[in-house]
Ligand binder design. Structure first.
Ligand SMILES: C[S@@+](CC[C@H](N)C(=O)[O-])C[C@H]1O[C@@H](n2cnc3c(N)ncnc32)[C@H](O)[C@@H]1O
Length: 395
């Protein structure tokens, strides 16, 4: 076992401390700038090493004691040793650094915070004798009784799940809304189970309820099916959607990567027409129902890959909203968006690195006016951004 004493010089984009020994970077979880730590080296590669702290020799004044008993082992959180205020500072700086480095832009606003605890409306629990999360860097399961990140309604359901036989189940997904709750079991379990939730699904079979749950966000109604994407933090979602809404000023809007149509429906009152495009057919079915539930007549949806759908027809749009997965926009989608030539692009991103990469391409044709970071996933290194781009020579 190799041990080293190191001084942390910086933080990386995954919230880990970076120290250097003979110019070789060493990444150390749960360590902060200026801390001196004795580490056990866990990985040694040609260009870098990784280590875990064995002993803190000097700690940082901004370190706080984690409120979670599972923090040392659980793979869920990365920043519980920082106050929420310091987490927000870290995320804002991280976005600024990434955007400068990969797109040479300096238009990042202050971060908009959300809620540090009890914000998640969905969790995936791993099951193997016990119910819990994956341990850091392994497929072993760490049993949990509750999680600080989730809505308390989810913690109550976990207590109930612990009373039933889940020995042949592999995975359990719990989703709750302001109105309802849903549990999906993957694996084998008796279909006579009793749980105080609105919908129970075993694999793809509905055992109780409608097979979906309803949500109400700022007076708008949505249904959510088990495999449809729905933002996991309601406060963060409303902050982001309000920012997008602020940028809408009429015209034809394309809502790309639209999921269950939430953004398009949210902004439809300020648009002439909205067209949503989404790969997941189940999400598109939800989107069609959501349109009817809210009596919205100026929105429609197409199911398919964004790049492929856009290349099949000459779409006209004044504003294009994109909200892609972490991988960002593929070249086919970017080229087609540039061809459509909207006056504005509103880019909602869940990964600042792919956002910076895509902005670096788009900035040839568009002025990137601002980028606002939003916290959606407190205690983790993740950060969302909304960016406004205007067609060059349009302003
Ligand atoms: C970050 S989510 C955004 C969903 C929605 N805008 C919202 O706020 O709830 C990304 C969505 O992109 C969809 N998606 C992933 N790859 C896609 C592709 N190639 N074409 C169309 N949609 C895709 C996913 O199914 C998912 O619903």
């Amino acid at each position: 076992m190799k041990k080293l004493v190191v001084k942390i010089e910086n933080l990386d984009h995954f919230g880990r401390g970076i120290a250097k020994v003979n110019n070789m970077p060493i990444f150390v979880e749960n360590s902060l700038i200026d801390e001196e730590v004795e580490i056990i080296v866990t990985k040694e590669k040609k260009n870098y090493m990784e280590g875990i702290v064995d002993k803190y020799i000097k700690t940082s004044p901004i370190r706080v004691v984690s409120k979670c008993p599972y923090y040392d082992n659980c793979g869920g959180c990365d920043l519980l040793h920082l106050s929420y205020e310091e987490q927000l500072k870290y995320k804002e700086n991280k976005v600024k650094e990434i955007i400068k480095k990969f797109s040479d832009l300096e238009c990042v606003n202050n971060i908009v915070g959300s809620k540090q605890f009890n914000y998640r409306n969905k969790i995936t629990l791993q099951v193997n004798k016990d119910i819990g999360y994956f341990k850091k860097r392994t497929n072993d399961i760490i049993a949990i009784d509750k999680c600080l990140l989730v809505d308390d309604k989810i913690n109550k359901i976990i207590v109930e799940l612990k009373k039933i036989d889940v020995s042949k189940v592999n995975k359990i997904v719990i989703r709750v809304t302001n109105l309802e709750s849903m549990v999906v079991f993957y694996g084998n379990i008796s279909n006579k189970i009793e749980l105080d939730v609105d919908t129970i699904i075993i694999n793809d079979k509905i055992i109780k309820g409608n097979g979906y749950i309803k949500e109400n966000i700022n007076g708008l109604n949505f249904i959510i099916s088990p495999t449809s994407f729905f933002q996991v933090n309601n406060i963060g979602m409303i902050n982001i959607y309000n920012k997008v809404l602020e940028y809408i000023d009429g015209g034809n809007v394309l809502d790309l990567y639209c999921g269950t149509g939430t953004i398009g429906i949210y902004v439809s009152k300020k648009a002439n027409n909205v067209l949503g495009i989404e790969l997941n057919k189940e999400a598109i079915k939800d989107a069609q129902i959501n349109k009817k539930l809210n009596n919205i007549n100026n929105i429609d949806f197409i199911s398919g890959d964004v790049g492929t759908v856009l290349s099949q027809k000459n779409f006209k749009a004044d504003i294009v909203i994109v909200d892609p997965p972490r991988a960002g926009l593929d070249s086919n989608s970017i080229n087609n968006i540039i061809k459509i030539k909207p006056n504005k692009i509103i880019y909602v991103s869940c990964d600042p690195v792919t956002l910076a990469r895509d902005l670096n391409i788009l900035k040839e044709h568009y002025d990137v006016l601002e980028i606002t970071p939003f916290d959606m996933f407190g205690n983790t290194y993740h950060v969302e951004c909304v960016s406004l781009l205007c067609l060059k020579n349009m302003r």
